[in-house]
Design a protein around this ligand. Structure first.
Ligand code: TAP
Length: 459
């Protein structure tokens, strides 16, 4: 493996810069620094840790535009989305800045003394993130982990390390102690694996593919190390005949083509009640045609390129033999500025149950549409996948909304909307989509171990 890797702009296929790959020895040095930084951090007064995280949030807030432009360059995210992502990092830090002063233990009534519990930090937490949302997913791990008194070593994906590296600089600029939050770029098989095997990394948070997640979990099991996994998805957008069809169809492209479909929560299966199937497709076609794909630096752009040439080939492979109903547009080789980028036009496929396109995660702008017969059939079909991350239910019938929301085995569901992520509510998947939850009121506690102490009061 070479000592450096080249970061590429996916909109133009041009190189941006070279980054040095961390070796196992580099990871070990970072972990040693983290161990000593964590000892000092954990004994700070809770209010002092809260202040430090608020200072970090303010510095991120002051650099939203810079971080957003960097994400446009490195990840091809539309500028509007990238600004939202950078602001979200500041909001996540602010939210968990409230946690150090709220990590209350319990006082439990017992005979002969006083019994109290403490939420003790693990020590050093290793966070491994994918390339699709480099800043936001990192912050879901590092903000609550730091709030709970841990140090963090963070491995960004090799394809998209630039915003994470910048966040590491901003943490120091904000006054966080040296060694407390370190970004360690490098390959998954070296840096990520060393987080798994290093005895002083006491918890691992992994976001990425289900296959790598299983290996990471197996490695953590050998070390008896807790692990949180946020993995793939094949989420259903279930549209009943009694729904506001116009609204459901108008919002469906955003629910799957946002970030060019490279979103673990993408509603990549649209399940439509058979009686309105044709009408829904008539409404969907203009919505897809109007989805604006192009230069991510343009304010009006809704979708940029795929992340790499090889990922584009993988996505294209899903269309082999598929029944394509219609496609949107994308820049082509005729466009001199963007022609070499990894573009892929949004695509709507009519699928049958059991088709590969109806079951496997594409992680690109391709959606499979399938009809269903009734409520029970809709639940059965929504659950007909190994995954269980997100999903949407469109109906005007309240009882049905409740029944279907309880029947679909997914961690994050939304009725008459496609929302999945709010920093104040829990996020994570069932089945092959993951283990554990991020975000929400309890996330900082997930970065602690409960210690029970009994004080004898008998004279
Ligand atoms: P992966 O190939 O699994 O990579 C994810 C991260 O793990 C990268 O940083 C990667 O490093 C690292 N990695 C690779 N092999 C490793 C190993 N053996 N040990 C430790 N770390 C290793 O996934 P991806 O292609 O980046 O992301 C796409 C997948 O992530 C999709 O399936 C998607 O659904 C899932 N995803 C899920 C969520 C949530 S929240 N559930 C969010 C985003 C993405 P490199 O830099 O070397 O690649």
């Amino acid at each position: 493996m070479t000592a450096t890797f080249t970061v590429i702009n996916p909109s133009t296929a041009q190189p941006i810069c070279d980054i040095t790959r961390a070796s196992v020895e580099d990871v070990d040095s970072a972990v040693a620094r983290a161990v000593s930084a964590q000892r000092a951090w954990a004994v700070l007064a809770p209010g002092a840790r809260a202040d430090a995280l608020r200072a970090f949030a303010r510095v991120v807030e002051a650099h939203v535009e810079e971080l957003a432009q960097l994400e446009v360059l490195n990840s091809g995210h539309p500028i509007g989305s990238a600004r939202w992502e950078a602001s979200h990092v500041a909001q996540v830090l602010n939210f968990y800045a409230g946690a150090p002063e709220r990590l209350s233990g319990q006082q439990i009534p017992v005979a002969g003394g006083l019994d109290v519990t403490f939420h003790e930090p693990y020590g050093v937490v290793g966070i491994i993130v994918p390339w699709n949302f480099p800043m936001t997913i990192a912050s879901w791990g590092f903000a609550p982990a730091l709030a709970a008194g841990n140090a963090v070593v963070l491995k960004p994906a090799e394809l998209t390390p630039l915003t994470a590296i910048r966040l590491g600089d901003l943490a120091l600029e904000a006054g966080l102690p040296e060694g407390l939050f370190q970004v360690v770029p490098g390959s998954g098989s070296v840096v990520g694996q060393r987080f798994v095997s290093h005895p002083d990394v006491r918890k691992v948070v992994f976001t990425g593919s289900t296959s790598v997640g299983i290996d990471v979990a197996a490695g953590c099991a050998r070390e008896l190390k807790p692990v949180t996994l946020e993995l793939g998805g094949k989420s259903a957008n279930v549209v009943f005949a009694d729904a506001d069809l116009e609204k459901a169809a108008a919002s469906a492209p955003g629910a799957v083509f946002d970030n060019a479909g490279q979103d673990c929560c993408a509603r990549s299966r649209i399940l439509v009640e058979r009686s309105v199937y044709d009408r829904f497709l008539e409404l969907l076609e203009p919505a897809v045609a109007g989805w604006r794909v192009g230069d991510p630096a343009d304010e009006g752009t809704e979708m940029g390129p795929l992340i790499s040439a090889s990922h584009r080939s993988t996505v294209a492979g899903f269309l082999d033999g598929a029944n394509v109903a219609f496609r949107g547009s994308a820049p082509s080789s005729a466009d001199p500025a963007l022609g070499d980028g990894f573009w892929f036009a949004p695509t709507v496929v009519l699928a049958d149950r059991g088709d590969r396109i109806a079951r496997d995660e594409v992680f690109g702008p391709v959606v499979a549409v399938l009809p269903f017969d009734d409520e029970a059939d809709a639940i059965r079909l929504a659950n007909d996948t190994i995954y269980g991350l997100a999903g949407s239910i469109w109906t005007e019938n309240l009882g049905r909304a409740v029944r279907v929301a309880r029947g679909v085995k997914s961690g994050v569901l939304s009725v008459n909307s496609h929302s999945s992520v709010r920093y104040s509510t829990p996020f994570g998947g069932m089945k092959a989509s993951g283990l554990g939850r991020e975000l929400g009121p309890d996330a900082a506690e997930h970065f602690t171990e409960t210690k029970n102490v009994f004080f004898a009061t008998d004279a």
